[in-house]
Write a protein that binds this ligand. Structure first.
Ligand code: GCV
Length: 719
């Protein structure tokens, strides 16, 4: 028997690496390379005891059945008694009450609903490695953390580790339509197969839940914020119920997007006025029915009065009146309204940057407790780089959550490697100076500065039916990083990159350094070849693929000209006191620093200032020259990413290598395209020569303007 086991082990560890197509995500569970760690895992996996029985513990068992053979070459053994054969204890604080003293019990209780404690527990002279949570889901989170530490070689069975998430609602927002197209989706179609639900359960649903739980994501909004009321019909509730049942053991709650005009569209009413008694009754009935199907339904996510979506303004009601009406329907069931602050209208003669604050600041204190306002990280729209949204810090009595975009609508879609964590980190660490002098966006969002009770971080999903889920393998890193930052918004991007890289590519330190380096440079590189020095919203019309600084026509606030304002004199959007005054919406410390073109960080320069082409930059060069140098530098950075990657040939899995290598080839071409198109366009306005030290753009402006992409993904195709 022993001989046989050794043989199997040898076989597993000596097999050539199977090509990796990315389906397994970061749950690939490679053989543990460190032999001491492997025998430790072996010992622990040979005696696992659960102090209770529930679907979450069953999920843990299944996960271990999958992981252990890959990590150690052996199947795990689940004990039926808690002492003799047992090495590991798993259970909730209540289940393990006999083994913890009062003080420990209090410590664990203070870790909150989703927290966990893990470490050694000595009982009758024997040490048991123990993972304990206040709820089974806490045990699940601890279990995933434990597996991760075993794989990365950092596990120490004598150490105690305690964790609890800093944010309550860690939610993915899918912009998935019911016909399975995905708005701004670049990884195939929606994974929600509405047509075959509720009868058919795609195994992906379970793998999706596993992946999310492993990084602490605990909520998902299934449908596009540009909503279809049909999702609230009984037929669709039955379908959504199946997904909710699958996700429940993994601690994931389902939210749905509520179309404000649903009372008219599926309720047969003449109005959707939030103060109308029939409308109120419609939502109450709808919501009660929802909870019959999904007893732990999370609530509604709403985009109202924005980009053509219906909302309370149609009835001269405020966002607060609209949100509160839904909140009242949800409150008896413990549900939440997530109301988006992404509101702007081209009919209002005001800088789009200012519109959310103009609408929401006067409503401060008017929203119910179970309403949270979901605010994009910046005031425009997920641009490659944005200063933080001025709503953070501007309200005192309103719950605010932050919305990041994991899908790379403006950041290279699925052809480019752009690791987004540094960008999110930059926003989270931004000082708002309000409500306290040291406040940051993270401190507002996690409640530590704002004092808000309900907290949320949302990420617009980049997931689709592509075999590797995210189109680009490195899109997985962004999904992973979002989960980790939603758990702890103070984590740093390098640590997250390191975790993900080890789980995806293995432990080799040289590979790790190179891959991490590429990831950490990638966001700055993309900003530099797309929108340097605070330029923004200059991408292709509608599909947003590639450059389009010449885009004009139609709604002014959807054109590039509106944002870069390049003319014969200069370039940039004056948002200071001589311009739109959007800067006024920030704290005085920021107003003071940023209204001065000499003091403002150069990365935000043209976001807030319109400056002459010959303006002298910190480098001593003119603004025009610096624009050219930045675009050129961006291209060089992309080329460097590619050449570093090429040096990994033979050192990592060939399928992973080739997939990324090809895409980096496209990325370099796209970087050159951005540089050439933007510089040729801006030169046609500035009428200045290119700095001699930069590569001169190929082609002419007319060529770049003539490019069309009728099959570009992410919008309903039209050709
Ligand atoms: C879902 C941007 C995108 C839209 C998206 C919108 C939003 O404008 O281009 O596709 O719509 O943001 O966040 O609501």
């Amino acid at each position: 028997m022993k001989k046989y086991l050794i043989l199997v082990l040898l076989l597993i560890f000596s097999l050539p690496n199977f090509a990796k197509d990315g389906y397994e995500l970061w749950l690939d569970y490679r053989p543990i390379e460190n032999s001491i760690m492997r025998s430790e895992a072996d010992r622990l996996f040979s005696g696992i005891f659960f102090f209770g029985k529930n679907p979450t513990y069953e999920a843990i068992q299944k996960e271990l059945q999958l992981a252990a053979p890959k990590m150690t070459g052996k199947a795990p053994i689940f004990s039926t008694e808690r002492l003799n054969q047992t090495q590991v204890w798993l259970g909730t604080r209540e289940e393990l009450a006999q083994v913890f003293g009062l003080q420990d019990q209090v410590t664990i209780r203070n870790l909150g609903e989703d927290g966990y404690w893990m470490g050694p527990v000595v009982f009758q002279g024997k040490t048991y490695f123990t993972i304990v949570g206040n709820r089974p889901v806490g045990v699940l989170y601890g279990f995933f953390d434990w597996l991760k530490s075993l794989q990365s070689g950092s596990f120490d069975s004598n150490k105690v580790k305690m964790e609890s998430p800093k944010i309550q609602l860690r939610i993915l927002n899918h912009w998935d339509n019911l016909d399975r197209t995905v708005e701004r989706g670049y990884a195939g179609f929606s994974i929600w197969d509405w047509h075959r639900l509720p009868g058919y359960i795609d195994p992906r649903y379970i793998d999706y839940a596993r992946a999310n739980a492993s990084i602490g994501i605990n909520a998902v909004s299934l449908t596009n914020v540009n909503a279809n009321a049909r999702i609230l019909t009984t037929d669709f509730m039955k379908k959504a119920k199946v997904l909710a049942d699958i996700f429940r053991p993994y601690g994931i709650k389902v939210f749905l997007t509520a179309r404000f005009s649903a009372p008219i569209e599926i309720g047969g009413l003449k109005t959707a006025d939030p103060l109308d008694p029939e409308v109120i009754a419609f939502w109450k009935k709808k919501t009660d029915e929802m909870y019959q199907h999904i007893p732990d339904f999370g609530g509604y996510l709403v985009k109202a009065n924005s980009e053509g979506q219906p909302g309370p303004h149609e009835y001269q009601r405020t966002h607060a009146e609209g949100a509160n009406m839904l909140a009242d329907a949800l409150a008896p069931h413990g549900g939440v309204v997530i109301w988006r602050a992404f509101v702007y209208s081209h009919e209002i003669d005001e800088d789009r940057h200012k519109q959310a604050n103009l609408e929401f600041v006067p409503l401060d204190g008017k929203f119910r407790e179970n309403v949270i306002i979901q605010v994009k990280n910046g005031a425009i729209d997920f641009q490659p780089r944005e200063p933080f949204h001025p709503l953070f810090g501007a309200v005192k009595q309103t719950n605010l959550g932050v919305e990041f975009q994991i899908t790379q609508e403006y950041l290279g879609q699925a052809t480019q490697l752009v690791y987004l964590s540094p960008m999110w980190e930059e926003v989270l660490r931004s000082k708002t100076f309000r409500p306290t002098p040291n406040s940051t966006v993270a401190g507002i969002v996690d409640g530590s500065d704002s004092g808000q009770k309900l907290t949320l971080m949302a990420g617009v999903s980049n997931i689709g039916t592509d075999r590797n889920w995210t189109g680009h393998l490195f899109g997985q890193a962004n999904w992973y990083a979002f989960g980790r930052l939603a758990w702890d918004p103070y984590l740093n991007s390098e640590q997250i990159a390191e975790e993900w890289t080890k789980l995806t590519f293995g432990q080799n330190p040289e590979n790790l350094t190179k891959i991490k380096g590429i990831m950490l440079d990638s966001h700055e590189a993309a900003v530099t070849y797309m929108t340097p020095l605070g330029l923004h919203h200059i991408m292709g019309w509608d599909h947003h693929y590639g450059p389009g600084p010449w885009v004009t026509g139609g709604r002014a606030d959807w054109t590039a000209l509106y944002y870069h304002r390049a003319d014969s004199l200069g370039i940039g959007f004056d948002r200071t006191f001589t311009g739109s005054k959007a800067l006024e919406q920030y704290a005085p410390e920021i107003i003071q620093a940023w209204s001065d073109s000499e003091q403002i960080p150069e990365k935000y320069l043209l976001w807030f200032h319109h400056l002459p082409w010959d303006y002298t930059m910190k480098s001593g060069k003119t603004l025009w020259e610096e624009i050219g140098l930045h675009y050129d530098q961006g291209v060089k950075s992309a080329r460097k990413m590619k050449s570093t990657w090429e040096s990994l040939n033979g050192a990592i899995d060939p399928e992973q290598f080739s997939h990324v290598s090809q895409l980096l080839g496209i990325q370099v071409q796209e970087a050159e395209w951005w540089r050439n198109a933007c510089l040729l366009y801006f030169q046609s306005i500035s009428k200045r020569p290119f700095p001699s030290e930069i590569e001169q753009p190929e082609g002419d402006l007319e060529y770049y303007k003539s490019l069309r992409f009728p099959t570009a993904p992410g919008i309903r195709p039209r050709w």
